[in-house]
Design a binder for this molecule. Structure first.
Ligand code: CUA
Length: 361
């Protein structure tokens, strides 16, 4: 085969393997859907890197394997190989071209990063707080409302001003592509312009202790109208921090937040009438007859125990296994939500006990 034909064969092989490798890389490293304006330049850089990786790998491997196979020593060939000293043109080329490619990627990266961090028109600030192991969000432009989930209007640049209460965390929603650390003692910034409506998950991307893997929050991208009505709804939502324990207890009794939890009022009256469970009227501090013949005083400990372990002390005249036995978990979930959105620690059972004390005959 002539020298020219070897070159043609190698060129063709390099082109074919580059394509195959590029598609394999694309298949292995599938990216989640791109849901922000920032995702586009980043995905373009991914494509650029995949092309460069596929081409360079093919170039080196094809040249090497082609030479090893085609120019291998034949049986009976005892000659020395030709002595090649150097090739100045080739050496200059393989120094200059990779230098330009690497510097080129660096410049491309710098320009992209600059575009991502620069201020945009009509920005909206959201404050993000990370702590072991939860996220909370504050909207200073929406009367400072707070939320345990991040709700964002579509097609508007959001400036996240992020702070950590304890250790390093990292804000990462893969669909938005961009990522930024939260550093204790300083405020870091991240800009996101959501472009696709939908539900996403915020994950902490910096190992931050035992529950790092569970440090997640819901992210919702909604229409501008949807965002405004969410703000309206959040602003009208009760602020538990401003209530007395008695007031909160009355809410837990009749309508716990979220709507998915059982209300005490389904089984316990407050006017003395008998329902599936004992009435709460006049119960606090009074003697209660149990099915086992003993009597106890309905004090804080008895009430707490009756909520957490409802089958432990059944009041005479009532049946066991009627009351759900998971109120401990239910209350913990509600308390965590209030902690995340209002930053206060609430003891729902203490609230209920306070409320019961107001229900004397
Ligand atoms: Cu916070 Cu990992």
């Amino acid at each position: 085969m002539s020298k020219r034909n070897h070159y043609i064969a190698v060129t063709a092989l390099v082109i074919v393997t580059s394509f195959i490798l590029y598609f394999i890389l694309r298949m292995i490293y599938t990216l989640p859907i791109a849901a922000s304006a920032e995702a586009r330049p980043i995905d373009q850089m991914f494509t650029g890197h995949f092309i460069a990786i596929a081409f360079l790998f093919s170039l080196i491997m094809v040249f090497m394997l082609y030479s090893a196979v085609v120019f291998r020593r034949r049986p009976g060939d005892e000659e020395d190989g030709p002595h090649i000293h150097s090739n100045t043109t080739l050496e200059i080329m393989w120094t200059i071209i990779p230098t330009f490619v690497v510097v080129g990627f660096g410049v491309w990266g710098t320009i992209t990063l600059n575009g991502l961090v620069s201020a945009k028109d009509n920005e909206m600030v959201v404050k993000v707080t990370g702590q072991q192991w939860s996220w909370s969000f504050e909207y200073p432009e929406q009367e400072g409302l707070t939320s345990p989930k991040l709700v964002l209007p579509v097609d508007r640049t959001i400036v996240l001003q992020m702070e950590s209460k304890d250790v390093l965390h990292s804000f990462w929603v893969p669909e938005f592509r961009v990522k930024q650390d939260l550093v204790p003692g300083r405020t870091t910034t991240l800009r996101i312009t959501p472009t696709k409506l939908g539900d996403y998950k915020l994950r902490c991307a910096e190992i931050c202790g035992l529950s790092h893997a569970n440090m997640m929050a819901d992210v919702q991208v909604v229409t501008t109208a949807g965002f405004n009505s969410w703000v309206e709804e959040r602003l009208q939502a009760p602020v538990y921090a401003d209530m007395t324990p008695e007031e909160r207890g009355a809410i837990w009794y009749s309508a716990p937040p979220g709507g998915q939890y059982a209300a005490c009022s389904g089984c316990h009256s407050i006017d003395g009438s008998v329902m599936a469970g004992p009435t709460w009227q006049g119960i606090y501090g009074h003697e209660v007859q149990l099915t086992d013949g003993t009597a106890v005083t309905a004090d804080d400990e008895y009430i707490r125990n009756s909520i957490l372990n409802p089958n432990a002390q059944i009041v005479a005249g009532f049946q066991p296994n009627i009351m759900p036995q998971n109120f401990g978990d239910t209350f913990a979930a509600i308390e965590a939500e209030i902690q995340a959105s209002e930053g206060i620690q609430i003891d729902m059972i203490a609230d209920i006990i306070a409320y019961m004390q107001t229900l004397q005959e």
